[in-house]
Unconditional design. Structure first.
Length: 319
């Protein structure tokens, strides 16, 4: 088990040798071995003793803090990271060179190709939506052809990516039943069950990538596709792009297989937005972990490959 998710407000976590002991309402609930842990997700009000955080940091596990009801990101704790100054200096230099444009266009092309592959598969499964899916596929094919022939930069590249995403989501929304009220992509807050799960999965994916970036010694705020913006982890946003469609597919399958329905979500009268109910979160966490554990080696490889390219083929971290 590489991931531990703590989502119960009366939890108290203590260090017990090489394990974490979990208490609830003063009673011992179980023991979690420390050695396999790579990431801990803490949701809402959970009491952790300081030695727990010390040990997690010591062994390089990352701790992500999410808010209780809406599962919004609040912060992340790492242990010792690779402070590779040469890698970061080279990253800054290459973010201002033609290297940045090459990487940006590659990322967009991979994202659009993954969108195309998914919609093409969906068309085989949903012949009743053949017209709308074919229309979107034609747009994506046109975008891929353009990306294969031309070198796009800056606003031109982002505009092309935006046009592809608009066509993609116009078809993607049609894959879901009307009872879910999913008409378009909405964020901060998500307005319907599909958007609620998309936002949650994108958040978890983003910080999986941040962990990989920081662990190898890259600077997460200096990107190549996404420009520098104060407070934004632009490099993480970059590396998430090719994997967004995987999240979209995962969310579609959760609803298609009736793992979740509109009854698993609620809206708050005080603050607008839709969120996953607590009981439903118990089903979501293992489903996400099952999906993510098959992808993590890709995210690690993606980050290490980029670091090597930045270092002109040299391994940024000596083995």
């Amino acid at each position: 088990m590489g991931t531990l998710i703590l989502d119960r407000k009366d939890m108290h976590i203590k260090l017990d040798g090489n394990a974490l002991t979990v208490y609830a309402q003063g009673e011992r609930q179980g023991v979690v071995p420390l050695n396999p842990l790579k990431r801990v997700v803490i949701v809402g009000h959970v009491l952790l003793e300081t030695p727990v955080l010390h040990r997690l940091a010591e062994q390089g596990a990352s701790v992500v803090f999410l808010s209780g009801k809406r599962l919004a990101f609040r912060g992340m704790l790492h242990g010792r990271l690779h402070h590779n100054g040469a890698l970061r200096v080279r990253q800054y230099e290459k973010s201002l060179s033609g290297f940045a444009g090459d990487v940006a266009q590659e990322l967009v092309a991979r994202k659009v190709q993954s969108q195309r592959d998914f919609l093409n598969e969906a068309r085989d499964r949903r012949p009743d939506l053949r017209l709308s899916l074919t229309t979107a596929l034609q747009v994506l094919d046109s975008v891929l052809e353009t990306l294969g022939k031309e070198t796009l930069k800056g606003n031109s590249l982002m505009g092309t990516e935006g046009g592809a995403s608009a066509a993609y989501f116009s078809a993607y929304t049609g894959l879901f039943p009307g009872s879910l009220s999913f008409e378009r992509r909405t964020r901060r807050p998500p307005r319907d069950p599909v958007n609620a799960l998309l936002s949650l999965c994108y958040t978890l994916l983003h910080f999986e990538i941040v962990r990989e970036i920081e662990s190898i010694g890259l600077d997460p705020v200096i990107g190549f596709l996404h420009s520098f913006d104060y407070g934004r982890e632009s490099l993480a946003c970059d590396l998430v792009e090719p994997y967004r469609t995987g999240v979209d597919r995962f969310v579609w399958e959760l609803f298609r297989d009736r793992t979740f329905s509109d009854r698993d979500f609620a809206e708050d009268d005080e603050k607008p937005g839709c969120y996953l109910k607590k009981e439903a979160r118990k089903r979501f966490y293992p489903a996400y972990e099952e999906w993510a554990k098959e992808k993590r080696y890709l995210w690690t490889t993606e980050t290490r490959t980029l670091a090597r390219r930045i270092m002109d083929g040299q391994d940024p971290i000596p083995e």
